[in-house]
Design a protein around this ligand. Sequence first.
Ligand code: 5AD
Length: 364
Amino acid sequence: MKNYHSYLLNELSCDRESISELLTTDSEELRSALFCKAESVRNSNTGNRVFLRGLIELSNQCSRDCHYCGIRAGNHKTRRYEMDHQEVMDCVSFAWDNRLRSVVIQSGERSDREFIRKIGQILNDIKKQYAGDMVVTLSCGEQSEETFKYWRECGASRYLLRIETSNTGLYERLHPADGKHSFRNRLKALETLKKLDYQTGSGVMIGVPGQTMEMLAMDLAFLRNFNVDMVGMGPYIEHQDAKLPPDPEINLSLHQRLELSLRMIALLRLLMPDINIAASTALQAIDADARLQAIRCGANVVMPNITPLKYREDYLLYDNKPGVKIDGAANLEYWNRILSSTACVPAWDEAGDPKHYKMKKILI
Ligand code: 5AD
């Protein structure tokens, strides 16, 4: 490899020029060196075990109206649903029986009392039944400090809240100016999660109209400076009823967004060697094989969907969402089989805490 290329990878920092170059390079040699290095950094920091989380899509009811999202409040074509308490507990029991020790409860954003209590009761029940051996991640949007605290006390230990983009101008273009959406509040919510000692996850959408390479480089810098424990990031994909308008200049093809997403994952692995990085479902909407590619270039988490099949078609954040007809058992079987084509193995029976979070605790 050219000296300059080795230098770029070995001395990688968050400067915009190097990151932009690595995101856009046409050099096959440099691309492949980036992916190889990310894989080896992953292996020597988090190991070759891929952590599994059972994804439960609790409800598609949402009070927000994010322009890009298929279940936004203003999309009246979406049939709304909410799983009941027992259905959620049945999913958790399925996860346990199938050697998963971690579930993600995801939902559209609501902050009414009923919803807050319901999540609290689910968390309490999981804590009671599994004595802390089933680790719960919540992904239920921006909430007040009081709610985050209540859910933490009920037993949630991880929270995923994407920043979507670290660029305030782009954030404003992605969200309506209705007083409910603000970059500042999103950031404040993330700070609160960290303060409450959640394992904190964030992430961005990649390839939205108008997003520049410099913005993506700044997103990586943001994730590093914020010191996240977990990241889920993936390509932006149009939804027929939630389309972002094209930008006058920058509109990437699906193929370009996929390629950029893989490079972002690889770069983040180099910048944050011991965090957990998910191979997001959106990748697979572009290429059936893409989540495996993400694992080959630095990701170490997958979230097999274990939501009951009858709800799957109603939780569509974007078009072509994969796996709507594949049940939890088939999904787990798929990962067990497919991971054997990589150098990784599924981490059955493990909760898979991010090493980064544990190291932060030691260093404090
Ligand atoms: N394309 C890709 N990702 C999307 N999300 C929502 N809508 C889309 C879309 N159209 C992502 C957002 C959100 C997460 C739950 O799903 O990043 O935070």
